[in-house]
Design a protein around this ligand. Structure first.
Ligand code: BDR
Ligand code: CA
Length: 309
C-alpha cells in the first residue's frame, strides 16, 4: 500500500484529540510527527494533551513542541470551549514522557526534506509554527507538498462574526501561509459545521468499549453538550474533517480560489477573504472545501474508531 508522509500540527483541544485518534487508524497515512502550538490552551498543555493522545494511539510518533505565542500578538485561548486544561476536564492517565528537543518548525522543515517534497502537513490549530517555518527557511515551500488546514470560513465565524478561532488567534501566520506558494486546502466552518455528529452516532462509538473509543467519546461528548446547547443537531467535527480530507477528498466538495487573511481590520480581523462568491479575479492560491456527504463522513469515523480493539 502507498502511504504518504504526514505531520499533524495541533493544539489539543478536544477535537484535536479526536482527529489524532482517527489519524492513527488511517492506513494510508504515515504519521511522521505531531507538532504542537499555543491555541486552545498554552503550548505546555497542548503538548501534554498530545502525549495523552499518543499514548491512546499506541504508537511511538515523536512530538515536537512549537510556538508559545502568535507571531506578532499575544496569545488567545479558547478555555470557554476546551476548559482550562484543553480537555474539558476529561481525565486520561498516562506515564509522563519527554518532549523532543527540536522545535516544531525545524522538525517540519527537516521531515519535509527527508520526505522528498511529498510531505502533507495537516494544521488544526493556529498556523504559527507554519508561519515561523516559512519565515525561517527560504525554500520551505519546496519541501512541503500541501497543507490541509482546519480554519477560516468563506462565510461567518465562531470567535467574531467574521473570524474562526485558528485564524483569529494568529492572522499574520495564516496569511503568510496563504501567500507562501504552498497549496493550501482550507477546511473551514463552511464544511466543518456540516460535518456534525449526533448524540445517537456518538453513543455508537461509546458502545465500541475500548480505552480509545472511551477517550474519543469523553472529549467529543463535552463538545456535543455545548453544540446542542447552541441549537445545533450535533457536534461539529472540526479537526477530524481536515484529517479525513487529507486522506480521501472524494466525499467532499472543493473549489480552487483565491484566499487571503484580514490582518488589519478592527471588526473583520482574522477573516479569510475569498473570491469564491465574487468575480474570481484573484490568483487562485488555495482550495476551499465547501461541502461534505455527512453520512459518509460519519460512517468513516465509525469505521476508523472500530479498528481499536
Ligand atoms: C477550531 O478551533 C479550535 O478551538 C478547535 O480545536 C478547532 O481547531 C474550530 O474553530
Ligand atoms: Ca484545534
Amino acid at each position: 500500500m502507498n502511504r504518504f508522509p504526514v505531520i499533524i500540527d495541533c493544539d489539543p483541544g478536544v477535537d484535536d484529540v479526536a482527529a489524532l485518534l482517527l489519524a492513527r487508524q488511517i492506513e494510508t497515512m504515515d504519521l511522521k510527527a505531531i507538532t504542537t502550538v499555543s491555541g486552545n490552551v498554552e503550548v505546555e498543555k497542548t503538548t501534554a494533551n498530545a502525549k495523552k493522545a499518543r499514548h491512546a494511539m499506541g504508537i511511538d510518533v515523536p512530538i515536537f513542541a512549537g510556538a508559545k505565542k502568535p507571531m506578532f500578538r499575544e496569545a488567545k485561548h479558547a478555555y470557554h470551549f476546551h476548559g482550562e486544561d484543553g480537555l474539558s476536564g476529561v481525565v486520561y492517565e498516562c506515564p509522563d514522557s519527554p518532549t523532543e528537543e527540536e522545535k516544531a518548525w525545524d522538525a517540519m522543515y527537516r521531515i519535509g526534506k527527508e520526505s522528498g517534497g511529498e510531505l502533507t502537513i495537516v494544521a488544526v490549530g493556529p498556523m504559527t509554527n507554519l508561519g515561523l517555518a516559512i519565515a525561517k527557511y527560504n525554500d520551505f515551500a519546496s519541501v512541503v507538498k500541501r497543507v490541509v488546514i482546519m480554519g477560516g470560513a468563506a462565510i461567518g465565524g465562531n470567535v467574531t462574526p467574521c473570524a474562526e478561532f485558528n485564524i483569529y488567534a494568529d492572522p499574520e501566520a495564516a496569511d503568510i501561509l496563504f501567500q507562501s506558494g504552498i497549496p493550501v486546502y482550507m477546511c473551514g466552518l463552511d464544511v466543518t459545521m456540516k460535518a456534525y455528529m449526533t448524540r445517537d452516532e456518538l453513543e455508537e462509538i461509546k458502545g465500541m468499549n475500548t480505552p480509545q473509543t472511551d477517550f474519543f467519546y469523553d472529549v467529543t461528548n463535552e463538545g456535543l453538550i455545548k453544540y446542542i446547547g447552541f441549537g445545533h443537531p450535533g457536534v461539529a467535527m472540526h479537526d477530524p474533517v481536515a484529517v479525513l480530507y487529507a486522506a480521501d477528498d472524494s466525499i467532499f466538495k472543493t473549489e480552487h480560489v483565491g484566499i487571503r487573511v484580514e490582518t488589519k481590520g478592527e471588526l473583520t480581523l482574522g477573516k479569510t477573504v475569498t473570491d469564491l462568491y465574487s468575480d474570481k479575479q484573484w490568483e487562485h492560491n488555495a482550495y476551499i472545501v465547501t461541502d461534505v456527504d455527512r453520512e459518509a463522513f460519519i460512517a468513516k469515523v465509525k469505521e476508523l474508531m472500530a479498528k481499536y480493539k
